[in-house]
Ligand binder design. Structure first.
Ligand code: CP
Ligand code: NVA
Length: 311
């Protein structure tokens, strides 16, 4: 039985833990591609609680659990007592007695923190207003897979300083790279909300072209995240000049990558020629949600499993 650990934000794990996860992901992905059965979580159950919509997160956790020999159960606020005001603490006590891990997609980070404080099993953040650690885990794995170590590299974040942006900033501290952030005025990074230790690993730019200059990776996300729909019209105006287009990609390094957590809005935060163009690795990025989360589930439920090299 592994020591109880949660993945509520990126900084919950250390650099050594991430190195382990990347190595395990490589191995688990390879097994999957060769149709080799790997069932370390046989008879184990993951409960997935969704308070917001999802395609990738639900699918990757559900398929991932199945592929590891276990089962995933989907609960939504709409059809469980969570939507009728049962205290999060009580729900955590009950749910965590019936399963081996819990994944939650919700609003305030505080909700998932309270759940985890009352849980007997590992809790994984499947997106909150503040963070999206599973996404950035997959993104960095994708970078490592295609370009090698991310240490010392520059990531340009163009657009909203949202949950994905905050997580990139935490990741930069954990894995020692730099983030160039460009947001419209009024949408700047809030270091405390982002849960940062300092400002050493990121720089803010008024001009998105300057942020993209020399970047190894350019990333963006929707202008309006889930839960902020009331601001949609104002955001469309405010973010107009923060579209990642071909000119911006030309300012980045020649072999730079483009990532987007998806779903994307072509013609808003990204031009079609970029997301559908030669720098884009968005489909590999989406697929890697599956492989990285399988490594994460294995790690949280079983601890550090050694990779046995087969001849
Ligand atoms: N990127 C991501 O988390 O997608 P879903 O909202 O579809 O889960
Ligand atoms: N920032 C987006 C990510 C969706 C996967 C949101 O929170 O809606």
């Amino acid at each position: 039985m592994a020591k109880l650990r949660h993945f509520l934000q990126f900084k919950d794990l250390s650099r050594a833990d991430f190195e382990h996860l990347f190595a395990r992901t490589r191995w688990i992905k390879n097994q999957f591609k060769r149709y080799r059965r790997y069932w370390p979580l046989e008879d184990r159950t993951l409960v997935m609680i969704f308070e917001k919509q999802s395609t990738r997160t639900r699918l990757s956790f559900e398929a991932g659990m199945h592929q590891l020999g276990g089962t995933a159960i989907f609960l939504s606020t709409r059809d469980s007592q969570l939507g009728r005001g049962e205290p999060v603490e009580d729900a955590a006590q009950v749910i965590s007695r019936m399963c081996d891990a819990v994944m939650i997609r919700t609003f305030d980070q505080n909700i998932i923190e309270r759940f985890a404080a009352n849980s007997r099993v590992p809790v994984i953040n499947g997106l909150t207003n503040e963070y999206h650690p599973c996404q950035v885990l997959a993104d960095i794995y994708t970078f490592v897979e295609q370009r090698g170590s991310i240490k010392g590299k520059t990531v340009a974040w163009i657009g909203d300083s949202n949950n994905v942006c905050n997580t990139w900033l935490q990741a930069a501290e954990a894995l020692d790279f730099n983030v160039h952030v460009s947001t419209p005025p009024g949408y700047e990074v809030e270091p405390e909300r982002a849960g940062l230790y300092g400002t050493d690993h990121y720089e803010e730019f008024r001009d998105p072209m300057q942020a993209a200059k020399g970047a190894d990776l350019v990333s963006t996300d929707v202008w309006t995240s889930m839960g902020f729909e009331a601001e949609n019209e104002a955001r469309k105006r405010d973010f107009e000049d923060w579209q990642v287009d071909a000119e911006m990609m030309r300012a980045a390094r020649k072999n730079s990558l483009f990532m987007h957590c998806l779903p994307a809005h072509r013609g808003e935060e990204v031009a079609a020629e970029v997301i559908d163009g030669p720098h884009s690795v968005v489909w590999d990025e989406a697929e890697n949600r599956l492989h990285t989360q399988k490594a994460l589930l294995e790690f949280l439920v079983l601890g550090k499993v050694k990779t046995v090299k087969k001849k």
